[in-house]
Write a protein that binds this ligand. Structure first.
Ligand code: HEC
Length: 176
């Protein structure tokens, strides 16, 4: 009888130890140093939630794609045209360089647009920069005309030719 009680007690104890070990070893059952490192220290009100990877994914989504870059490029294109008209060389250089940077970063985020961007980046934009740096008014005017066609050419390739009037409108507003 006594022996039986001891073996029941041993069995129950072993079961409890096994259960606790199971909880400790199960994923989520304990917090490892790696888990802690993966929980960024931000305020509880932050709109970025979850692990570092999840927060990167959310941030990536909020960075948006080519559409937002095109708003920037459209604005800078208008400023570039005004700078060209006023022969404000440094301003023209600044805007041309920012258009270059913005488009390069945009196609890094949207690589499928990269091929269509190549002629613009390699052949249409550099003459604008070169003419502004050389303070060559005639060359700048010709390069800006070519640049406009470069914008429209890429829109055509990317099946968004319906933006032609938007690009044309930027040019009209910049000439006033
Ligand atoms: C990679 C080729 C490419 C080049 C080069 C390019 N665009 Fe675009 N553009 C696009 C695409 C693609 C869209 C549509 C964006 C989308 O669907 O996400 C667009 C959209 C636009 C829009 C509409 C944005 C909106 O959401 O209302 C404007 C304005 C625009 N581009 C201006 C320009 C101007 C100005 C230039 C030249 C200085 C230019 N683009 C050069 C590909 C290009």
């Amino acid at each position: 009888m006594r022996n039986r009680q001891v073996s029941v007690w041993v069995a129950v104890s072993l079961g409890a130890v096994g259960f606790l070990l199971g909880v400790w070893a199960s994923p989520g059952g304990r917090t490892t140093a790696a888990d802690k490192a993966d929980q960024p220290k931000t305020s509880p009100e932050s709109w970025l939630k979850g692990t570092t990877d999840e927060r990167f994914t959310t941030t990536e989504r909020h960075l948006r794609g080519l559409d937002v870059s095109m708003l920037e490029i459209g604005h800078r294109y208008g400023e570039l045209l005004v700078a060209g008209r006023e022969r404000n060389w440094d301003h023209a250089i600044y805007q041309a360089e920012k258009i270059d940077l913005s488009l390069r970063l945009a196609v890094e985020r949207r690589p499928k647009r990269g091929e269509a961007a190549k002629p613009f980046l390699a052949a249409d934009l550099p003459p604008v920069l070169a003419a502004a740096k050389a303070k060559d008014a005639e060359k700048l005017d010709a390069a800006l005309t070519r640049l406009h066609a470069g914008c429209v050419e890429c829109h055509k390739k990317e099946n968004v030719l319906y933006f032609k009037s938007a690009v044309d409108r930027i040019k009209v507003s910049a000439s006033r």
